[in-house]
Design a protein around this ligand. Structure first.
Ligand code: THG
Length: 292
């Protein structure tokens, strides 16, 4: 499992101001900490970056590369900023992201090809968010076809089904899992990724890791290739590294219909079991789901 660290982000209370002031220290520290925590890629998210986005992305890539050799995922909707970042990347970059909106597609696919980068194929359609697993399949076929036409091979395409918060739409949470089980057949050789923390957006901070971890295990059942994650959650990193096989096996058995007796489980297993029930829609999400 490839872990892409999410924390270098314009939305962050400390790093946002550092980016705007071009103050390298906090950004260098975060990049170093993410690398030490076990990240495989670092995501650099500068948002829409309408003002001087190209200069900001170039500066960010150079700042991060001064302290780590890890490959980078460049996260911006501004194609001029994207190219400025790609131009200075020293390893094969990941373009985060290319979606099916015609203007984005036309601007970004040529960049992926020109810089021999990989790309995240975000399944955001002309009409916005896909409604179910079926629409995700149709978008995948469309996106992969257009990337192939541009000369981008499947191995460089990481499909992202777009994870929604559990507190917003449980059907979308289930659709992403269902879609992952079909991806290998509809797009052989393509990779996959998700913005994992999206699942717990809007839930209390101390409860977020349990939702993130459990959803990661559920997605792993269908061979998830990578995820954009909070790499400072050490239990999450252990799961991704295959160091918690008993939890993985419990969650996957439950997804196959097994209903374990909670009294027979360890306290940690009980937390995962209760969270699986919420994420597969068997029990309703509430902030107190672990207490019930
Ligand atoms: N798919 C792709 N890219 C993505 C996403 C996706 N990039 C952005 C996002 N989703 C994934 N990255 C994050 C980064 C931070 C948080 C969630 C997802 C987050 N941060 C905390 C918060 O906002 O409360 C803390 C912020 C801080 O550091 O202060 O939740 O789906 N391709």
């Amino acid at each position: 499992m490839i872990l892409i660290a999410e924390s270098i982000n314009i939305m962050s209370k400390t790093l946002g101001p550092a980016m705007r002031e071009r103050n390298p220290k906090p950004i260098e520290e975060m990049a170093r900490a993410e690398a030490e925590a076990g990240a495989d890629y670092l995501d650099i998210n500068i948002g829409p970056a309408r003002k001087m986005g190209d200069e900001l992305m170039e500066w960010m890539v150079n700042t991060v590369q001064a302290v780590t050799d890890l490959p980078l995922s460049l996260d911006t909707t501004n194609p001029v900023a994207m190219e400025a970042g790609l131009r200075v990347c020293q390893s094969k970059a990941l373009v985060n992201s290319v979606s099916l909106q015609p203007d984005r597609l036309a601007a970004e696919l040529p960049l992926v090809k020109k810089y021999s980068a990989s790309m995240i194929g975000l399944l955001w359609g002309k009409e916005g968010m896909p409604r179910d697993a079926n629409e995700r399949c149709l978008h995948t076929v469309d996106l992969v076809y257009q990337a192939n036409e541009m000369g981008i091979p499947n191995e460089d395409i990481w499909i992202d089904p777009i994870v929604s918060p559990v507190s917003v739409e449980i059907n979308q949470v289930k659709s992403c899992i269902e879609f992952m089980s079909m991806l290998g057949e509809i797009a052989p050789g393509c990779k996959s990724t998700v913005g994992l923390s999206n699942i717990s957006n809007g839930t209390p901070t101390q409860l977020r890791p349990q939702l993130n971890r459990t959803y990661l295990v559920m997605l792993m059942k269908y061979g998830l290739h990578s995820a954009i994650v909070d790499v400072f959650d050490s239990e999450l990193v252990k799961i991704a590294r295959g160091e918690m096989p008993e939890i993985v096996s419990l969650v996957h058995r439950m997804m196959d219909g097994d209903k374990p007796d909670l009294a027979s489980l360890t306290p940690k297993e009980v937390e995962y079991a209760k969270t699986v029930r919420v994420l597969n829609g068997e029990s309703l999400y509430s902030h107190s789901w672990l207490k019930i």
